[in-house]
Design a protein around this ligand. Sequence first.
Ligand code: CTP
Length: 400
Amino acid sequence: MSALSGKHIILGICGGIAAYKSVTLLRLLIKAGAEVQVVMTPAGKEFITPVTLSSLSQKPVVSEFFTANTGEWHSHVDLGLWADCMVIAPATASTIGKMAHGIADNMLVTTYLSAKSQVFVAPAMDLDMMAHPSTTANINLLRSYGNIIIEPESGELASGLVGKGRMEEPEKIAETLERYFSATVDMKGKKVLVTAGPTHEKIDPVRFIGNYSSGKMGYALAEECASRGAEVTLVSGPVSLSVHNPAVKLVRVESAREMLAACEEAFPSSDVAVMCAAVADYAPRTVADHKIKREHSDVPVIELVKNPDIAATLGKMKRSGQLLVGFALETDNEADNAREKLKRKNLDMIVLNSMRDKGAGFGTDTNKVTVFKADGSREEFGLKPKSEVATDIVDAIMSI
Ligand code: CTP
């Protein structure tokens, strides 16, 4: 049986050529056993008739706030509560802009604003509109509100031009929804703490000691835990990433000491903590309160002091029932060093990145990891995108 069976789905259709594909999408959803309510923008009706859609969905299409002859009010609030998910396909640049900024001048956008469930957005437009910075910014805003963007494909467009902007195929959109409903929510009710990124240790007001960590692995882990139902606190050093899932609370810090303070606060109420940050091991003993000037000083000597070990500190605080996971970035004696860190920091699992593997480690979009557990077991994974590595790591955590 399909995971879509019995699900209440709002299908939002905007005014774009790709609206003809919405008919196929509707048929696929109905065939999978979903109950579908179509909501169209006024422009949507110019591309595909409500008669076709209401025949297939066996429900009157909603497009206006009122039925003209009876004055019956169509409640977007009730629709928003009824839905298990909403999918807007095609989503035009104009509707995406309205959704991003809360311009509720039609039934589709008001329904979107009232929807309490997950919303999927499948953009479709010409390549230049798609590439315009305002479209990019609006799509990013929608993402930051927790909506899932079903990326358009590159290919031949209605204009005859070739580029990115073709709505994803209906089969793929239906698959995305199916995956969403069949996804594991095995972390529901769990609180997870994740650290990510580098730390910056101030030398003076304009300089710091840092490292090349991009934060991508930690952010992917936070998103993965949130998508599996966890409530996540992501303590992040300075990186240029943002979080998409509203279940991730982002706490921005700069130095190792600030990161430690944020972790000490969040850890007591956490079920799982994943220490993914590349914490600087040393910090300058003193921070100059003004910029160290070249002419006025000899070559400066920066005296360093050891930073606290956040993972080891949490290892000492750990109660029974809590899981503590660390990372190890090694260049030599990888497995032995990783196992030694696992013991020394009182971890339940450690994830080894080897700097010897091409495409793994700092700054890349891929990673190759080996997981060591406190029970002595070991599991090795292939080179994959960091989002998939996050799935493997969380699977390994859940199997402890
Ligand atoms: N870690 C930490 N606080 C530190 C240093 C490391 O919490 N001050 C955590 C990292 O987030 C990671 C694990 O400890 O989960 C191992 O980090 P790594 O840099 O590999 O190890 P170090 O303990 O710093 O040892 P070394 O630099 O000697 O390899």
